[in-house]
Design a protein. Structure first.
Length: 125
């Protein structure tokens, strides 16, 4: 199976999952007592988070398809080096080599820690 076929298959599978999530989220919450509805709302919040992750995966696949069409597929977007074949087999939409991905994740953790450490604004004075 070619890289293009693999990416298109992954893209189609994500579309199916997104449609299934949309159908589930569209169901009315009119049945059950307040506790049942609260549990359902919590499930919807989790569903929205999962939907965002699916949409990000879809965007990554779209970008990989663009790189494939441009002839830059398999090259790290950060350092320009070739991405290892085994990494591309495991994650065909990978845009970064292993080293650059690790660095990006490290930076993201630092940003999250900084945001978590920032004091909240006190508007009441």
């Amino acid at each position: 199976m070619t890289t293009l076929e693999i990416l298109r298959l992954r893209q189609a599978a994500l579309r199916v999952r997104l449609i299934a999530d949309e159908v589930g989220a569209a169901e009315p919450m009119r049945h059950g007592d307040a506790a049942d509805q609260a549990v359902r709302r919590g499930g919807l919040e989790q569903s929205f988070t999962e939907r965002e992750l699916l949409l990000e995966q879809m965007r990554a696949i779209d970008r990989a398809l663009d790189r494939l069409a441009e002839g830059t597929y398999g090259m790290c977007e950060a350092c320009g080096e070739a991405i290892a074949a085994l990494r591309l087999q495991a994650i065909p939409e990978a845009a970064l080599c292993r080293g650059c991905q690790a660095e990006a994740e490290r930076r993201a953790r630092v940003v999250r820690v900084r945001i978590a450490d920032e004091p909240e604004d006190e508007e009441e004075a």
